[in-house]
Ligand binder design. Structure first.
Ligand SMILES: CC(C)(COP(=O)(O)OP(=O)(O)OC[C@H]1O[C@@H](n2cnc3c(N)ncnc32)[C@H](O)[C@@H]1OP(=O)(O)O)[C@@H](O)C(=O)NCCC(=O)NCCS
Length: 114
């Protein structure tokens, strides 16, 4: 249903080894903060998390899922292409509503954009 936001985690031997946040705003689904523990990457966990997120979004009526990747994150772009994502012909705009200059100056290296 619109307004749904979920965080899915992948666990291995009781340890969290991956996670992804999926949301549906009533028009599109959005994926944020997909990450797999470095020691577990290239083992199919990222694709598994994305398949699960896509399945859950589809099950609440979501027709399309969007996500953003930093232009510097070529590895993530390669991953998304490998699992069937295509680049949309759009310009991505953003506008800060809260100043987070301090967090960025503090070395905030978040992998996802948005
Ligand atoms: C991106 C990330 C989530 C991928 O997860 P993963 O578990 O390592 O990926 P998987 O093993 O599930 O790979 C799935 C497919 O993508 C392909 N793939 C993975 N990385 C790739 C790359 N850099 N270039 C091309 N293809 C790639 C794999 O070969 C595999 O394809 P196959 O099934 O045909 O063999 C993971 O590397 C990660 O956490 N990176 C750091 C955080 C990050 O950048 N997150 C994205 C934010 S936008």
């Amino acid at each position: 249903m619109p307004g749904t936001i979920r965080v899915f985690v992948a666990a291995l031997d009781d340890a969290v080894v991956g996670s992804v946040m999926a949301g549906y705003d009533g028009h599109r689904g959005w994926i944020n903060y997909l990450a797999v523990a470095p020691s577990c990457q290239s083992g199919g966990i990222g694709a598994l998390l994305m398949r699960h997120a896509e399945h859950r979004l589809r099950s609440v009526g979501c027709p399309k899922v969007n996500l953003q990747v930093r232009t510097t994150n070529a590895a993530a772009a390669g991953f998304y292409r490998a699992i069937g994502f295509l680049e949309d012909d759009v310009i991505s705009f953003g506008k800060r509503l809260v100043d987070d200059t301090a967090a960025e100056a503090d070395g905030d290296q978040r992998p996802a954009v948005g």
